[in-house]
Design a protein around this ligand. Structure first.
Ligand code: DHE
Length: 547
């Protein structure tokens, strides 16, 4: 064995290197090398995102051995199997993990976590590939694709994305990516598509080429979730930024080649108790429309960093003390205010990207807000609002976003309504839609996790607004599996909304398209190649922050 804390990764996502028996302390259950490797892989693929590499917790509870030993093996095994209404997935009863794997994970968690290696500029440069140099790329669009209404769809467990035409619903191209691409983002011009895998592999795809293809690749760490591109006037398509979970850092790159220019660590003090945190992960990143800045949300320290990209040598970063466990978020409809979930204490933090300061931190009235990018709508009573659903409760909260014409409602929770249940990840509407859609893919009830709730926006004026349930899982025609219905995304015109029906890798999955006016089934996209679809990003809506 190696001393406690020493860690030799075996996974690709953790870099090269031979595997050794992990460090164990007296009393830890023994895992063989093969068992440790397997548990480690499962932990990185399924658990680390919520609980952290060092298992210090954030969206998920801390799982350091001082705590797991008190909980004990049986408790851990049952919790992993059945999940919880607080947002822990039911890995066993959903069929995503076998009983033997869950037994293994419970034992793994009783062992001491170990620290993976760092990943700096040298490792990045070693991984960097420009497959098609800028000079060899076309100077105009060479294909017949309707790029603005194209959807970039994550095929999570296949390590691919699909480019699907928004009108014909035809899968135009499948492109190899890193493992479990988390999000797709568009350059300001709409030409370049950036996708980032959970394994930190970034692909730059040129949508003008025939066929569209990856023109550059870079690995920015060993675990990541976010990428964005510069959108301020004069800087369109110039820079890209990606944020890592491990090591905790962000990297600024050349937008056209992904050449890494600057790596910045996010390790530092928490905004509240001013204590050092060794793993402050980079959660969501958005590009300001008001300044040459990226808004970088650091989860564990609760700092919103406004990173100015005007002069990368003399980097100016405004660090805003917001609230801890920053996660996902989006702009209000004017694009000036950024609202981000802070799930340590069920709050949303609001930042003014024009004045570069904190506007406020509000309690949402629900448990663990999880908005995705949120939903902007004209509330019949309160004017412009931004909405979030919750991971840990059925609450949907509306926050006033108009400090000029609706000052009395601005930055306050003006209403909360009840949806189908907890386990919600994403909420969605469109400026042209009269509906608000709320998914519940992590609810432990199969009927709830395979359907979505739809509220009529005008009904929000009533005392207790009700919703209609769309049985998307059933509409898909698939009868096997958990059929988790996840992440609605509108087409360019705002006339239809697409949902993923997300099953295991070995099972059938689908995309179900709903007509927004009639709330009826419009199309089902089923194809052998559509393996574990999750996030879907319409080029026009993503590029223009329409949500
Ligand atoms: Fe996500 C957005 C992190 C689990 C699909 N997810 C985000 C963002 C972050 C994040 C930081 C915001 C990125 C941005 O806007 O810049 N997600 C995490 C996690 O840490 C977490 C909780 C656990 C993990 O291990 O990854 C997690 N996410 C999931 C899933 O299980 C989902 C459903 C499928 C998957 O890929 O693993 C999933 N996350 C998504 C999607 C978005 C997202 C589709 C973008 C939504 C949008 O509309 O913008």
């Amino acid at each position: 064995t190696t001393p406690g804390g020493q860690y030799q990764p075996s996974l690709d996502v953790l870099g090269k290197g031979a595997t050794e028996q992990p460090g164990t302390k007296p009393g830890d259950p023994n895992l063989t090398k093969a068992e440790f490797d397997k548990a480690n892989q499962i932990y990185f693929e399924r658990c680390a995102g919520c609980h952290g590499v060092l298992r210090k917790g954030a969206t998920g509870k801390p799982l350091t051995p001082d705590l797991t030993k008190k909980l004990g093996f049986d408790y851990l095994r049952d919790f992993i199997t059945y999940g919880s209404p607080g947002g822990m997935p039911n890995w066993g009863t959903s069929g995503q993990l076998e009983a033997a794997d869950i037994d293994l994970m419970a034992r793994y968690l009783l062992n001491t976590p170990a620290q993976p290696p760092e990943f700096g500029m040298k490792e990045m440069k070693d991984s960097w590939k420009v497959l098609v140099p800028v000079a060899q790329r076309p100077t105009k669009k060479m294909n017949k694709l309707d790029i603005d209404n194209l959807f970039s769809v994550t095929l999570r467990d296949a390590g691919e994305i699909a480019l699907i035409d928004g009108t014909t619903k035809k899968i135009e191209h499948i492109i190899k990516s890193g493992y479990a691409v988390h999000i797709s983002r568009m350059s300001a011009s709409g030409r370049y598509l950036y996708i980032i895998g959970r394994d930190s592999k970034l692909n730059l795809i040129d949508l003008w080429m025939d066929p569209p293809q990856t023109v550059a690749e870079l690995k920015i760490g060993t675990e990541a979730r976010s990428v964005e591109t510069s959108k301020f006037k004069g800087y369109e398509d110039k820079y890209a930024i990606a944020g890592a979970y491990w090591p905790p850092q962000y990297v600024l790159m050349d937008g056209a080649t992904l050449e890494p220019i600057k790596v910045v660590s996010t390790r530092g003090m928490t905004e509240d108790t001013q204590e050092y945190h060794p793993e402050p992960r980079v959660a969501s990143i958005v590009a300001s429309h008001f300044k040459p800045e990226f808004v970088v949300n650091v989860k564990e320290t609760g700092q919103v960093l406004l990173v100015n990209y005007q002069d990368l040598k003399n980097l100016k970063v405004t660090a805003i003390e917001a609230e801890r466990f920053l996660h996902d978020g989006g702009f209000d409809k004017t694009g000036r205010y950024f609202l981000v979930a802070a799930n340590a204490r069920h709050k949303v933090a609001i930042v003014d990207t024009k004045e570069d300061k904190l506007v406020g931190v509000v309690e949402t009235g629900g448990q663990t807000p999880h908005p995705g990018r949120g939903a902007n709508l004209e509330h019949p009573k309160f004017g412009p609002v931004w909405a979030t659903s919750h991971l840990g409760s059925e609450t949907i909260s509306f926050i006033g976003t108009d400090p000029e014409k609706h000052k009395q409602f601005a930055w306050k929770v003006v209403q909360t309504v009840e949806g189908q249940g907890g386990g919600s990840l994403f909420i969605k509407t469109h400026p042209k839609s009269e509906n608000l859609y709320v998914d519940t893919p992590l609810n432990t009830d199969a009927e709830i996790s395979s359907s979505v709730a739809v509220f009529k926006i005008k009904d929000l004026a009533g005392e207790k607004p009700t919703y209609k349930v769309l049985p998307i899982g059933q509409w898909s025609g698939i009868s096997e599996g958990a059929r988790r219905v996840v992440q609605g995304e509108f087409n360019k015109d705002g006339t239809e909304i697409w949902f993923s029906v997300w099953n295991n890798k070995a099972q059938d999955s689908a995309i179900v398209v709903v007509d927004d006016k009639t709330l009826t089934l419009k199309a089902v996209i089923r194809d052998r190649r559509l393996v574990t679809p999750t996030g879907k990003f319409n080029v026009f809506n993503t590029r223009n922050d329409v949500y």
